[in-house]
Design a protein around this ligand. Structure first.
Ligand code: GLV
Length: 329
């Protein structure tokens, strides 16, 4: 049976399931991710890794881990590992799709509402004694109902966000690699170009994966297309936005606000200029962080490992090694 390096403590019964399948668990119990050298040292003797988005596992680390057969990411995103590099080495890479879409969309919508209605700023002011009186001109925000929501990336999370928007009586626009007629019919979402979306949307919510194409996709030009009253919401990856360009847009007030669950880097240093804007809401990459969802993600990540180490194809592969290190039985 195999040895599984689990890079962080996880909620739920995932580790029990690995043990029940006869595997030994090497658990990194630190609150912070294993530093690169520790990651490499633990992977070197592992048959499987149950890894997080914070664990960059590169070609060198894979080459230095001769018995590693699967990297099972406890995340839907997998930009921390190059799927092709892993496949070339015969290592499966898996993710946890499906189970986190609704929870992630919940947080994206919470951020949208928080930015639109100055929830975080109001809370900060109330705590600091800066709220002096009810005021007819105080904390004037943006209406959500009846507004236009622009969704960039209509995968399962984008679609869940679109449904929430519909529930609030919003008009839904989307820009995506592929057109989704079924979603258009079901939700009444309208397909448009990215530029067209940016020009019209009152809220722009990002839901695309981080790829070479989407890295920096929302740059100075794209931000300049947005309405000065528009609000940008990002629960995808920090680097899909050119963050310097975002700071510039906020400074120049060419957009109204930003709500970010992801930044570059994570965490942002406390002195970062983004923290200086009252109209910016920042949460610590918690979009999938409900107890139930994180437990399901961990269980799914464990199940993928159990399959591979039993000589079966994983349930959620994102690559396809031609010659898997663990032969299929
Ligand atoms: C989290 O960021 C994920 O990709 O699941």
């Amino acid at each position: 049976m195999g040895s599984v390096f689990v890079t962080r403590a996880v909620p739920g019964d995932a580790l029990d399931r690995l043990a029940e399948a006869g595997h030994s668990v090497d658990l990194w119990s630190g609150e912070l991710p294993p530093p690169a050298a520790d990651l490499v040292a633990h992977l070197a003797t592992a048959d499987a890794a149950l890894a997080m988005v914070t664990d960059r596992i590169d070609a060198q680390a894979i080459a230095a881990s001769p018995s590693l057969k699967v990297i099972s990411n406890m995340a839907v995103g997998y930009d921390n590992v190059d799927p092709a590099v892993a496949a070339d080495a015969g290592v499966w890479l898996t993710n946890t799709p499906g189970v986190l879409a609704e929870t992630t969309a919940d947080l994206a919508f919470a951020l949208l509402m928080a930015a639109a209605r100055q929830v975080a700023r109001g809370d900060r002011d109330a705590r600091a004694g800066l709220w002096k009186t009810w005021s007819p001109t105080g904390y004037l925000g943006t209406d959500i109902h009846g507004a236009t929501l622009g969704i960039v990336g209509l995968g399962e999370i984008g679609e869940a966000m679109a449904r929430r928007g519909r529930g609030f009586g919003m008009r839904i626009l989307y820009a995506s690699r592929t057109r989704k007629p079924a979603v258009e019919a079901a939700i009444g979402a309208e397909f448009t170009s990215l530029d067209g979306l940016l020009e019209v949307a009152d809220f722009v919510s990002l839901h695309m994966p981080l790829t070479p194409v989407t890295r920096g996709l929302i740059g100075a030009r794209e931000l300049s297309l947005m309405k000065s009253t528009a609000i940008l919401v990002n629960t995808a990856r920090g680097t899909v936005i050119d963050q310097a360009a975002l700071v510039h847009a906020l400074r120049a007030a060419t957009i109204a606000a930003a709500a970010l669950d992801v930044t570059d880097p994570e965490p942002l240093p406390a002195s970062h200029e983004l923290f200086s804007f009252p109209n910016v809401v920042i949460t610590p990459h918690i979009a999938s962080a409900s107890l139930a969802t994180r437990s399901r993600m961990a269980r799914m990540a464990a199940a993928n490992i159990v399959e591979v180490l039993a000589g079966r194809k994983p349930i959620n592969p994102v690559n396809a090694p031609a010659m898997p290190r663990m032969p299929l039985t």
